[in-house]
Write a protein that binds this ligand. Structure first.
Ligand SMILES: CSC[C@H]1O[C@H](OP(=O)(O)O)[C@H](O)[C@@H]1O
Ligand SMILES: Nc1ncnc2[nH]cnc12
Length: 304
């Protein structure tokens, strides 16, 4: 079983996962870099630990690695979540560049999704529970309402774009963008936004009992608009550059609120202990290897 080497050095309760165009945290004091081994391998990149002016430690992980060398399908999401958990992380703020499927969600707007539709293709490992240990996490509300409210209260800091909440995000496999027919179909499903990253990240955070909220930064209108050019990486990158200043400003604004809900324990509501009771496997039928692996994530939950 892999140990928790980093957690002995630091306890970091808040983590930020940076997506496309967001590979570092700015304006915070660098403390250390850690790269823990987990039973699911190594994270996308080394995790930076930084300190705020008030002394709060924050972990930062670049989802695709710094330099963007992992496709959405290759992101080692289980190792990412397990590595953050091993540092003591209880709340994750995950940034993502997304396409907009609605006229009113303009490029450069920020959006807090409340729901997810899964259009990944089953090629991404999406659970910690397998090989002789079965558990079913609740996922009806995939994001943390507590984190969402903390972020929403700071919506005024965004410049040059609007802020929206309670939207549905569809997650596609990629790496190619959608066809026009698919884009129309996703709109007909009721989806408002599209990316390639929220799954399995959000599911794994739930299994790890970590509160999770994604902040979507709209970069394009995908390809559903007739007579308009379809999304290109060039267009996405141009808007990402504009979004990244807002992303850093928003993070600075939400840190005190994040600290408050983490320190008060509010962020754990409905999460802490939930996976203990989600397990279906009879104690005598649990695979020892699977139980040992899960000790890294949820110590003491499944040992007999
Ligand atoms: C660069 S366009 C497609 C790419 O951007 C998003 O990445 P992330 O969510 O990590 O910001 C999207 O999910 C795709 O992976
Ligand atoms: N149109 C789009 N489709 C999927 N992921 C995206 N990320 C940014 N724009 C996107």
């Amino acid at each position: 079983m892999a140990a928790h080497p980093a957690s002995r050095l630091f306890t970091v309760k808040i983590a930020v996962i940076g997506g496309s165009g967001l590979y570092n945290l700015e304006g915070l004091e660098f403390v250390a870099e850690v790269n823990p081994d987990t039973p699911w391998g190594k994270a996308s990149d080394a995790i930076t630990i930084a300190k705020t002016a008030s002394g709060l430690h924050i972990a930062f992980l670049a989802r695709h690695g710094r330099g963007h060398y992992l496709t959405p399908s290759e992101v080692p999401a289980r190792a990412n979540i397990a590595a953050l958990k091993s540092l003591g992380v209880e709340a994750i703020i995950a940034y993502s560049a997304v396409g907009s499927l609605r006229e009113e969600l303009k490029p450069r707007d920020f959006v807090l999704p409340s729901q997810i539709i899964d259009r990944t293709k089953g090629i991404r490992p999406s659970t910690f529970f397998e090989d002789g240990l079965v558990a079913h996490a609740m996922f009806a509300d995939p994001f943390s309402a507590v984190l969402e409210q903390v972020i929403w209260e700071q919506r005024g800091v965004i410049e040059g774009g609007d802020f929206h909440r309670a939207k549905t995000l569809i997650c596609m496999e990629g790496p190619q963008f959608s066809t026009r027919a698919e884009s129309h179909m996703y709109r007909s499903f009721g989806a408002d936004l599209i990316n390639m990253s929220v799954l399995p990240e959000a599911k794994l955070a739930r299994e790890a009992e970590i509160a999770y909220q994604m902040i979507c930064m709209s970069t394009d209108y995908d390809c559903w608009k007739e007579h308009e050019v379809a999304v290109t990486v060039e267009a996405v990158v141009a808007n990402l550059k504009a979004n990244s200043n807002n992303a850093q400003r928003l993070l600075a604004a939400i840190l005190p609120g994040l600290e408050r809900v983490v320190e008060s324990g509010e962020v754990h509501e409905g999460l802490k202990g939930s996976m203990r009771f989600a397990c279906m496997t009879a104690p005598e039928k649990r695979s020892v290897e699977a139980v040992n692996k899960l000790e890294f994530l949820l110590p003491g939950y499944y040992t007999v």
